[in-house]
Design a protein around this ligand. Structure first.
Ligand code: NAD
Ligand code: UDP
Length: 336
């Protein structure tokens, strides 16, 4: 089966590419490199021993997409390309809607033109907004609290409508919780530009001495130790979830919304302590004010994924912390 991955050289796309290549899929990488670089493709070649076609392109370029879909006889698209920073989306909403929503419409136009019938879309648990109950299942109301989340929900709605209008169209819409960790080789992983917004990359930068201490955003939440609780899931589990989703839409048409989470919540302090234990690094921290918009607890109900995808996250918080740190050590060795 020939698969086009958009956003393929990004953090999650590169891990999906690896898993699919190992399973024997022919993968084509498509990315505009706005938040990634060519080194990722080199790393993929080293890990797999294969030359993987890479196309430097933007999802807003419909004609280029049509050309690629035809030339490579693509059977299914795994669509990850998009901007994902919540704060940036509040500052630049038009840019986010243009890139994420208009970009997805452009991709769908290309898909329609070549009569392609299978899409896996990377959505986010952020579409749920503030949890009304826990664990969050797929029937939970959607009420995103920022333009990034809105853009994800709008793409979902567009894909859903298209699925209704095209009888044989199949979409697996995967709502990720908090992806962290890296491939065991340490050659690919999450490497955000500038000061990280998310917890795990921030902890890493403290561990490597780039930042002096972790700011813990509040210890007065309604959780067992007062710090925020999230559903962290290993990026390799996420990648394997896409493999399962491709199997699903190979055999089933229609619309499927599925959570990809571990179903387990961990607090900021638990993540910090596990990271210290696995990396053998001391992580200084200070308790600061709450970050605006943050919630107490969020974790997934995972039964639907288990039932429909026959997939379950299997890696532990230890695995997530160790692999993250291993990736940062390798990056340090390679860059110095
Ligand atoms: P990432 O930024 O590492 O990867 C996204 C890739 O898309 C980048 O390589 C970027 O260059 C590319 N891209 C962006 N706009 C593009 C465009 N117009 N045309 C072509 N390429 C474009 O992010 P990631 O963490 O790998 O996330 C991948 C997807 O998963 C995103 O759609 C994101 O919204 C979604 N997601 C991520 C998380 C998370 O915490 N990482 C959680 C839920 C959902
Ligand atoms: N967090 C923190 N310091 C940081 C980054 C995050 O204390 O520098 C906390 C944040 O308040 C939340 C948890 O870590 O409780 C996860 O935050 P992240 O931004 O990684 O994920 P999200 O909040 O988007 O689920």
């Amino acid at each position: 089966m020939n698969i086009l991955i958009t956003g393929a050289t990004g953090y999650i796309g590169s891990h999906i590419a690896l898993v699919l290549i190992h399973k024997g899929y022919n993968v084509v990488l498509y990315d505009n490199l706005s938040n990634s670089n060519h080194n990722v493709n080199t790393a993929l070649k080293i890990i797999t021993g294969k030359i993987i076609p890479f196309i430097h392109g933007d999802i807003r370029d419909t004609e280029k997409l049509v050309e690629i879909l035809v030339d490579y006889k693509i059977d299914a698209v795994v669509h990850l390309a998009g901007k994902k920073a919540v704060n940036e989306s509040i500052q630049k909403p038009i840019y986010y809607y243009e890139n994420n929503v208009a970009g997805s419409i452009s991709l769908l136009k290309a898909i329609e033109k070549v009569n392609l019938k299978k899409v896996v879309f990377s959505s986010s648990a952020t579409v749920y907004g503030n949890p009304q109950y826990l664990p969050i299942d797929e029937k939970h109301s959607t009420n995103p609290t920022n333009p990034y989340g809105q853009s994800k929900l709008q793409i979902e709605n567009i894909l859903f409508d298209y699925t209704k209008s095209e009888q044989n169209f199949g979409v697996a819409c995967l709502r990720y919780f908090n992806p962290v960790g890296a491939h065991q080789s340490g050659l690919i992983g999450e490497n955000p530009k500038g000061i990280p917004n998310n917890l795990m990359p921030y902890i890493c930068q403290v561990a490597t001495g780039k930042l002096p201490y972790l700011k813990i955003f509040g210890n007065d939440y309604n959780t067992h130790d007062g710090t925020g609780v999230r559903d962290y899931i290993h990026v390799m589990d996420i990648a394997e979830g896409h493999l399962a989703a491709l199997n699903l839409i190979e055999n089933t048409k229609g619309w499927h919304t599925i959570n990809l989470g571990s179903g387990q919540g961990y607090s900021v302090l638990e993540v910090l302590i596990t990271f210290e234990q696995t990396s053998n690094k001391f992580i200084p921290y200070k308790i600061e004010n709450r970050r605006p918009g943050d919630i107490d607890i969020c974790f997934a109900k995972t039964e639907k994924a288990e039932k429909i995808l026959k997939w379950k996250a299997k890696r532990t918080l230890n695995d997530m912390c160790w692999s993250t740190w291993n990736f940062h050590l390798q990056s340090f060795v390679n860059n110095n």
